[in-house]
Ligand binder design. Structure first.
Ligand SMILES: *Cc1c(COP(=O)(O)O)cnc(C)c1O
Length: 440
């Protein structure tokens, strides 16, 4: 679509579906005559009504509209509509953080006594949510190494399994998900497939086209893109049959909303309607309107930034892979990386996002000196920012693990993770070169 036509400099032919760049800029909000050109921040908790009947209809879900900002707000709705169009879904619900997004995505369709199959390489916070917290509430998870065979993956499923969860790009391992294998397993066992698409974003990958039924994002990362705000979002592909008997909460009456049956009433947006009505109400992890405004602004340049993040990451990865003080480099788009075939198969662009890892000769001691001497990049516990950030996982995000656990999580003492920003690539290469020089 527009991504290709931009890079190939050909004259694009008009098409029915808008290009990603146009949606990034104009999606979600279309002002009428005389209205603000820019999405307004509706900094209001409440909405005014004239008569009791209308409020009664709103509380029975017989009429759509805003009641109270905990369950919906016009600025949030614009952000939700834009990310829905970018991912090709039927609806979305914005949340206070990526953690809240994954929590709600799971809680909306699981109860005590049920079971989840999840890739073992998922984000640390999601891992502990499943492995520690949800177990305490009776929801069990079987973690699977994502490169296991289809047969081994099938063996992880149980009759009470209710969902499969994986990430497009694992962090910090940077493996690209085998969508075909995971989607086939979800289909065979008739459970929904949730994909956390945070690191790829809809610019690089559209999981709904690859068999996903629900997508989650930490909007905190590339969607924001400027390290200003925490937030998350869950998007429904509208492509799962919730009326298969496994999800009675979606088909049976909800007594808290005048007996609403979500699938019957909302069809392909039933999942989102239920998540909003029940769990924004009960958990209250709503996004603030100001943060939704900033995410909308971030999305306006996502298509440009993702390309630049990826190009800079490739340049830096190539530089590092030739450097004598570097033990190894992992970047999915780097020549010789076995993940390149998956990028070709599943991604919309030939790059592999802005995250890379490398091993520095001299281990943790050299890593310390390297990080201290960086001038352009900075030591930051974050990814997806316009500014280049580095982190030493062994002494930060994974410090609580012992040496053996670190090894099995793929963390080595020499590992440095880089979230490559959108500065000039030459300045990044120069900065890394001088800092490596001082880390000998
Ligand atoms: C950061 C991150 C999360 C958690 O998001 P927060 O916004 O920090 O709560 C979840 N999944 C992935 C892949 C992440 O990178």
């Amino acid at each position: 679509m527009s991504n290709k036509s931009n890079t190939q400099k050909t004259i694009p032919s008009p098409s029915a579906a808008r290009g990603k760049g146009t949606v990034c800029i104009q999606g979600g909000y279309t002002p009428k005559v005389g209205e603000p050109r820019i999405l307004p921040i509706f900094q209001s908790t409440t909405y005014k009504y004239d008569d009791l009947d209308q409020v009664e209809r709103l509380f029975a879900l017989r009429e759509t509209g805003y009641k109270y900002t905990r369950t919906g707000n016009p600025t949030l709705a614009a952000f939700e509509a834009k990310i829905t169009e970018l991912e090709g879904g039927t609806g979305a619900v914005a949340l206070a953080s990526g953690q809240a997004a994954n929590l709600l995505a799971i809680m909306n369709i699981t109860s005590a006594g049920e079971h989840i199959v999840a890739a073992s390489t998922i984000y640390g916070g999601t891992y502990t949510l499943l492995d520690r917290t949800l177990r305490r509430y009776g929801i069990e998870t079987t973690f699977v190494e994502p490169e296991i065979s289809a047969k081994e993956l099938q063996a992880a499923f149980r009759p009470n399994t209710r969902l499969v969860l994986a990430e497009t790009i694992g962090n910090p391992g940077l493996g690209i998900l085998d969508f075909d294998k995971f989607a086939a397993a979800a289909r065979r066992n008739d459970v929904p497939f949730i994909v956390d698409n945070t690191l790829a974003t809809p610019i690089l990958c559209n999981p709904f086209k690859l068999g996903a039924n629900l997508i989650t994002h930490s909007a905190t990362k590339y969607i924001d893109g400027h390290a200003t705000s925490l937030g998350g979002v869950v998007i429904d592909g509208g492509n799962y049959n919730w009326a298969n008997g496994k999800f009675p909460d979606l088909t049976e009456p909800d007594v808290t909303y005048a007996g609403t049956r979500y699938v019957e009433k909302f069809g392909r947006t039933a999942y989102i309607a239920k998540a909003r009505a029940q769990y924004l109400r009960d958990f209250g992890a709503c996004l603030s309107p100001v943060n939704a405004f900033l995410f909308n602004l971030g999305l306006e340049t996502l298509h440009l930034r993702m390309t630049r993040h990826s190009e800079n990451a490739l340049t830096l990865a190539e530089f590092l892979s030739r450097h004598p003080q570097v033990n190894w480099v992992v970047y999915p788009g780097l020549k010789g990386n076995p993940q390149r075939a998956r990028i070709k198969k599943y991604f919309l662009q030939p790059q592999g996002s802005g995250i890379l890892t490398f091993g520095i000769k001299g281990g943790a001691r050299a890593a310390r000196a390297f990080v201290k001497n960086l001038r352009v990049a900075a030591l930051v516990v974050h990814i997806g920012d316009a500014r280049t950030s580095v982190l030493h996982p062994g002494t930060s995000t994974h410090a609580q693990l012992n040496a053996r656990q670190q090894r099995s999580a793929g963390i080595t003492p020499d590992m440095i993770r880089v979230s490559v920003g959108i500065e000039d690539a030459a300045d990044l290469v120069g900065d890394f070169a001088q800092a490596l020089g001082k880390a000998r």
